[in-house]
Design a protein around this ligand. Structure first.
Ligand SMILES: NC(=O)c1ccc[n+]([C@@H]2O[C@H](COP(=O)([O-])OP(=O)(O)OC[C@H]3O[C@@H](n4cnc5c(N)ncnc54)[C@H](OP(=O)(O)O)[C@@H]3O)[C@@H](O)[C@H]2O)c1
Length: 243
């Protein structure tokens, strides 16, 4: 049986040892190589947006960095579960790709105010859930973009980790701010997330509704080139290292 797995790090290798509970079958229709791009993004997005922020059908969802590895997966699974999806990205080419993946509203964060667009696109209410990898520089604007009972989930700090917010934005709208990282979770906790992903996400992948988005593969010996590409931020989706 061919499998893919959620790793504790150490993936720059020809062979890895993983806990049995962190292994997933290769979904039908997905190659062994492309499946390598799925476990990390699926476990991150499912555990945060769905298990903790409880995004549900009919709600609105904003994901920053819609063309990223995380973003391209989040758009597809959120559409599959019946949410309306708004994305930010830094170029028209990236936004066009997000649209093709199913995003309903595409916002160029370099040219537009995402708070104003989020409000405008939701009839003035704001969005229900935000998945954020920017952190400090977006924190107040994320809170301003949320609807009543809105949930902000922070998974990265590309815009810094320290800032101030107006606490009086939280109270009247009953907002929730959460954060999580996948790697420090215990073995048992990761196994629980993997099992939920297999139950809730894998059927959509097997049905071809959610696809791994692979921008480019590099042999392991060219890991430096792969990092240069990632730093350039030219990519859309995942960059793979293949032994
Ligand atoms: N907490 C966790 O468990 C966990 C797990 C996995 C990943 N992460 C985090 O999630 C983030 C995405 O990971 P990835 O592997 O998908 O990385 P990636 O493909 O390199 O994506 C980074 C993205 O951030 C976007 N971005 C940068 N500045 C932005 C801004 N001001 N506004 C909106 N978007 C902006 C970039 O878009 P442009 O090129 O258009 O600027 C790019 O698409 C990273 O911060 C990573 O550390 C967290």
């Amino acid at each position: 049986m061919q499998v893919c797995a959620l790793l504790n790090g150490g993936g720059y290798a020809e062979k890895v040892a993983v806990h049995g509970g962190h292994v997933l079958p290769i979904p039908p229709g997905v190659s062994l190589k492309d499946a390598a791009g799925l476990p990390e993004v699926a476990c991150t997005v499912w555990s945060t947006v769905f298990m903790m922020s409880r995004l549900s059908a009919g709600e609105t969802f904003l994901v920053h960095g819609g063309s990223s590895g995380i973003g391209t997966f989040a758009i597809q699974i959120a559409k599959n579960k019946g949410a309306t999806v708004l994305v930010t990205a830094g170029s028209e080419e990236k936004l066009a790709f997000c649209k093709k993946l199913g995003a309903d509203v595409c916002i160029n964060y370099k040219r537009e105010d995402f708070v104003a667009r989020a409000k405008e696109e939701t009839g003035g209410k704001g969005v229900d859930v935000i998945l954020d990898c920017i952190g400090a520089s977006y924190l107040q604007r994320n809170l301003d973009s949320l609807n009543f009972d809105g949930r902000l989930f922070i998974i990265g700090f590309q815009g810094g980790a320290v800032t101030e917010i107006k606490l009086n934005t939280l109270l009247p709208k009953r907002l929730t701010v959460q954060g999580a990282a996948l790697r420090p979770r215990s073995t048992e906790n990761k196994a629980m997330v993997v099992s939920e992903v297999e139950k809730n996400v894998w059927p959509a992948v097997a049905a071809g509704k959610v696809k791994p988005i692979i921008y480019k593969s590099f042999p392991l010996s060219e890991a430096g080139e792969a990092h240069r590409l990632m730093e350039s931020s030219e990519h859309i989706g995942k960059i793979l290292l293949v032994p």
